[in-house]
Design a protein around this ligand. Structure first.
Ligand code: PSU
Ligand code: MN
Length: 305
């Protein structure tokens, strides 16, 4: 396996020395944001992580090799096109075929863990889709969160999903959902899905202590940190409702299925909201990278628990 996974030397060294490292995914770069914005976002997230004193490790697959700590040029190469969206089910086969691919939350979690990285920042996790009863479409992100003890900072899950069922699934899988400055489970573009979190924390120190304890207990599951989009970047409720309804109707009428569903809904939502969804998405990604870096720094210090 080892020659198939290349951890960049500066990342490997930081991990070995117990310095703070933050993993970043690449599906948002290749499939989650409009062309051009993805690469800009990746660069910005890395800068935010560095500015807070942690080492960014952007993860993706190049020519069949998993790279933990892509260079800017390598991320651009991925974004230029042809990168397949890779989750747990198609990762190994695609690597064996020698192709390029971007990693979803699920695949990023797996590779981050293999590299010994304890903190990961993303936008929103995948979950139970609204028509899951009919299609069975449930993101492998949930299975991966159940399996890898990594702290994942996100802004909840998008309302394109069935949020109550997604929240219940996290509960069933034993993944703690910890709110940062909130007691509500966020809905990505919106601060409140109407659902709750397991516990609320108002300081990074207190949040890091709880996360550290969860990892130390050996429950084996991830910790999901729910960091709501700031009020200034929240999508107006009306724009959101209309865009969402349009995107869901589009997916249904065009018969979109499988891995294409999430990228389709995101792209359609960006069109229908005149880019408002991208405005919120970029802002919350930035905030999540910052919080993840702060948590990685706190976890790297010897602490209580
Ligand atoms: N949420 C976003 N943008 C994204 C994704 C989620 O705001 O690009 C990506 C993540 O990489 C997530 C994946 O892991 O979509 C989930 O896809 P699926 O539902 O097919 O498992
Ligand atoms: Mn799916």
């Amino acid at each position: 396996v080892s020659e198939r996974i290349l951890v960049a030397p500066h990342v490997a060294e930081a991990v070995a020395q117990g310095r703070p490292v933050v993993a970043l995914e690449t599906t948002l770069v290749t499939h989650g944001l409009p062309p051009g914005e993805g690469v800009a976002a990746a660069r910005e997230l890395e800068q935010e992580v560095r500015a807070r004193g942690a080492v960014p490790a952007t993860i993706g697959i190049l020519a069949g090799q998993a790279r933990v700590g892509l260079s800017a040029e390598e991320t651009e190469r991925l974004a230029r096109g042809g990168a397949r969206k890779l989750s747990l089910g198609n990762l190994a086969a695609h690597m064996a075929g020698g192709g390029n691919g971007s990693t979803t939350v699920a695949a990023t979690l797996l590779l981050a863990r293999l590299a010994g990285i304890r903190v990961f920042a993303t936008g929103g996790i995948g979950g139970v889709h609204r028509d899951a009863a009919e299609t069975g479409d449930v993101s492998a992100d949930l299975a991966a969160l159940a399996r890898h003890p990594v702290v994942v900072v996100c802004s909840g899950a998008k309302a394109v999903l069935d949020l109550p069922r997604t929240r219940e699934a996290l509960e069933s899988l034993g993944v703690p959902v910890l709110g940062f400055g909130t007691d509500r489970f966020p809905a990505f573009y919106r601060r409140d899905s109407g659902l709750g979190v397991d516990a609320r924390f108002d300081s990074t120190g207190a949040l890091a202590t709880a996360a550290r304890l969860h990892l130390a207990l050996g429950a084996g599951t991830a910790v999901l940190v729910a960091n709501p989009v700031d009020a200034g970047h929240e999508m107006p409720a009306e724009v959101y409702e209309t865009g969402l309804a349009g995107a869901l109707a589009g997916a249904r009428s065009e018969g979109i299925r499988g891995p294409a569903v999430t990228p389709f809904l995101l792209e359609r939502l960006a069109q229908l909201t005149q880019g408002r969804s991208v405005f919120s998405n970029r802002a919350l990604l930035r905030d999540n990278a910052r919080l993840a870096a702060d948590l990685a720094v706190a976890l790297a210090r010897p602490g209580p628990g």
